[in-house]
Design a protein. Structure first.
Length: 148
């Protein structure tokens, strides 16, 4: 549930060329330089090893949405260390994955290998390298870097 969609070359067809997959982020619309489509294209995934980007058509493409995300232990930062989750614990928080995004209802699940965040409703454009921040009301409780 927290893993990103996995795409392969066989899942689609060639649409255009680019200057490097590392220049694109999940959810990006601008700068794709592909025209002639009935709806705009959005980046669904990048593969820097094979230098491919995978795009989907339309703002509601299912590949843009995920129900959860994963943060590795080294990237979890608790502001309120006294309320940090112990392994095996879970707690409901309000979570934001983008600047100025409205807070979203979610549950944090802490395990030895990772902190998982599952959302009440699927979230658009969850991408590795972005931050997730969790709040108790207006108070920031912690944050972490989203991992693939």
């Amino acid at each position: 549930m927290c893993a990103p969609w996995s795409y392969a070359k066989e899942d689609g067809h060639w649409t255009g060329k680019h200057q490097g997959a590392h220049f694109f982020t999940v959810g990006q619309r601008k700068g794709l330089n592909v025209g002639g489509k009935t709806e705009p294209l959005f980046v669904l995934a990048t593969d820097v090893v094979s230098n491919r980007i995978y795009v989907g058509q339309g703002q509601s493409h299912p590949g843009l949405f995920r129900r959860g995300l994963r943060i590795i232990p080294e990237e979890v930062h608790w502001i309120r260390k006294d309320l940090a989750l112990l392994p095996g614990e879970r707690r409901d928080y309000l979570v934001r994955i983008r600047y100025r995004q409205p807070l979203q209802k979610a549950t944090l699940h802490n395990r030895e290998d990772a902190l998982f965040i599952t959302f009440e409703t699927p979230q658009r454009g969850i991408a590795a390298g972005q931050f997730a921040a969790w709040y108790e009301g207006e108070e920031l409780m912690g944050s972490g870097v989203i991992h693939e």
